[in-house]
Design a protein around this ligand. Sequence first.
Ligand code: GCU
Length: 600
Amino acid sequence: MTMLTATALSVVAQEVPQVANVLGRQNVSLNGKWNYIIDVQEEGYYDYRMNPTRWGFFRNAKPQRPEELIEYDFDKAATMNIPGDWCTQDERLFFYEGTVWFKKSFNHKKQEGRRTLLYFGAVNYDCRVWVNTREVGHHIGGFTPFNYDVTDQLKDGENVVIVKVDNKRHAEDVPTQIFDWWNYGGITRDVLLVEVPEVYIENYKLQLEKADAKARQRDISVAVQLNKPGERQLKVSIPELKLSQALTTDANGFASATIKVPAKNLMLWSPESPVRYRVELSLAAAAPALGDFVADSIGFRTVETRGKQILLNGKPVFLKGISIHEEKPNGGGRANSTADAHTLLSWAKELGCNFVRLAHYPHNEYAVREAERMGIMMWSEIPCYWTIAWTNPGTYANAQRQLTDMIRRDQNRANIIIWSIANETPHSKERDQFLGRLAQYARSLDNTRLISMAMEVTGASNYKNRLHDNMHEFVDVVSFNQYIGWYRDVNDAPKMEWEIPYDKPVIVSEFGGGAKYGYHGAKNQRWTEEFQENLYIENTAMLDKIDGLCGTTPWILKDFRSPRRVLDGIQDYYNRKGLFSDKGEKKKAFYVLKKWYEGK
Ligand code: GCU
């Protein structure tokens, strides 16, 4: 087989920092039907010598002469819904881990003085993007947004975007090779064309400063970063509070200020009253069309710790939580809409929750905003899950990038109160260095929220459980997972004692056990609803004895898909620890937790 050999494929580096609040900006959705080609051996990217080929599928080529050989045709290929994972849209791809190519044609009209950003809410996992056959970027990480400035690649009329997605797992990845959730591949969140002026508001942050409960005035700190350096005039307004603040950017295009507001006028965000204010940011320019404007709905609240308490707006709060995976409420598949989120969060509300743990990766923005609207506090986490490649600099850079993008996207969401940097990681000097650095980095990006991670019980004997973890130094909240009654010590929870030698609030970030909905029997019969119910009765009684317990997020709201759960007739590739079945049916343990939370 003769093929023209590869020459250096030039990537026109177009990635720009994640633009803030794309949902609050003028954008054109590219969601909908996309053609796709399953490419197991990456025939569309490599030649038979495994060198990147210049004749790849990104050319979207069509035979120009009768005898010309082109062995792919997107327009004859099947289509699937984007955003959406491929596992639940094509049964051939249910277990598939590999490369799939996507193609979308769209019309575009260029506008004078405007830039066009191609934005992806998330693509799992390794993604390469071409616009009109020019490669504009390469992104890894399945749960955070990224965008490219494609102004110079676009043309008036029909344009084509092609995306190569590969969800194969590797040891150096984040998450690493094994994890207890479904590796949904694909373009799992929105694809948008975002229109911005040449100079635009790239990033902004508004935060209520902590103050004494009797303070008559409150300070809202404002920070704005433009995409270009240089002095320019900005205005930040909160119309409802009749507040407006002029700012001038410095040589780096950065501006900050403090907006002062009479305390009596400001309603603070809390689960009981999830008040959000319309905030308007405008950038002046020579001509109105060249200026920038973005509006947002922002709640103002403070969160901090005091000894073993967590304080929301200065008052102690108990986090009545539940863990959630980002799966559609009925039947699996990646969730990616306000409607999906509303259903899942309403189930959590039915449980009596004021808090949810987003496991184990940043969930979609609709879910975070819907929870903010519904008054549900959140824990958001990056997938440093189990045994990450601690000494691999590329792995650290990847983890830090995901942390940056998670914080950057949701830093204005009042309901996010905890950033989590890891889950169930093995103790070692290398791990401590890796996570210690991440924790400090998170704090450097955002010192207005609490930092935590899900630790593990480090010693248990004679019914005494100890939690000793060097990472306690780096976190504000000491959180840990424990599975007494399921993975160990069945029926011993009532006898258990706890030693957690840190003067910090404690969250039990996971506990629970499996049950197949509708399977009934003795309470010592595994997989029955009665077994799970009893486990919850015993565990909640045990938790009440933990000194400094400020909250819990039992594992888990709903049965979710996992390739690690293979017990036929019971699991069938579902982790069955949900309090709801995968079809939204309540199990008996649901009522135990609901009752316990009524007492909190
Ligand atoms: C772990 C882990 C979860 C997992 C759960 C389980 O603690 O953090 O991701 O699903 O246990 O075993 O069900």
